[in-house]
Design a binder for this molecule. Sequence first.
Ligand code: SAM
Length: 303
Amino acid sequence: MLGEVLVESAERPMEPPVFARTGIRVLASLPTAQTLDLTAEAVASRIISALPEAALVLQAFTPDSPAGNRLADDADALLEAVRTRLPADRLLEETWRAREAGATLVELCVAPGGVIVGEVPAREALSLSPGGRQRMRRPTDSPSRAAMKLEEALVNLPYEPGRGEVCVDLGAAPGGWTQRLVARGARVIAVDPAKLMPELTQQPRVEHVQESAFAYTPEEPVDWLCCDMAWRPLEVAQLLAKWGRRGWATHLVANIKLPMKDKNPLLLRVRHILTEEGGWQGLTMRQLYHDRDEVTVTAHRSL
Ligand SMILES: C[S@@+](CC[C@H](N)C(=O)[O-])C[C@H]1O[C@@H](n2cnc3c(N)ncnc32)[C@H](O)[C@@H]1O
């Protein structure tokens, strides 16, 4: 029944899984035989009777596969059928407020085998997007797809780089991340031997340091360390740990490249280096929707 879309586990994992897009506690499981007409009163009622009392953000998703894509209309119809039968004051429409409002995220997973209904407190959700698919439109002026990875990482943080803050961007070229940071009002020191897009080199809030990140030392501690360097993961982790140990930055957002097949042993070592050797705290490590053979890490250091 769970098939290609969900992995079932009897207990909640100790650490949030790195490669999962979403994680829910299953409330109800409706096999296909009962869900031939997904908008039927009986199906919607069964789902509604399984829902918690809290304020809800209600979403539906289908597996990211051809069979799942064919169910997209059914998923929309089911979502609509449930929504219209719920009192309006139970539903929180502004998904982005779900965490601060203490809402519960309810996901309807419409798969070829049937429908799974699951919940997670929004504050603990891996993502607030349906099925963890945080779709982003590439900003029209963005020089690289990479910018969407940073945007997706920042959506999941309770704070983001802002006006007057200083960010160091290691492996910055051609400048997608730098540009998104500047757009938020931050000042950026972009470290990369390669060239930045010309618009950024003329931007007064961007300083391009054209050298290796391994040779670079900041003149004073900065607010954010951002890193999207295409380099060996353990060496990048050691570099980020050095920044942590020396207190050179307060917040960290880093993309770690993992071209190898067996990623997990490496991830454990990266985690160890960042937390035990670097002193980075509150570490999250996830393969975001826009990540490919890579994971995105966020963390902070208390001052
Ligand atoms: C994936 S690209 C970064 C894309 C960038 N974040 C953006 O949004 O446009 C990887 C970058 O890492 C840089 N890089 C590789 N080794 C580096 C090093 N030792 N120091 C600084 N940058 C490095 C490469 O020059 C390349 O520009």
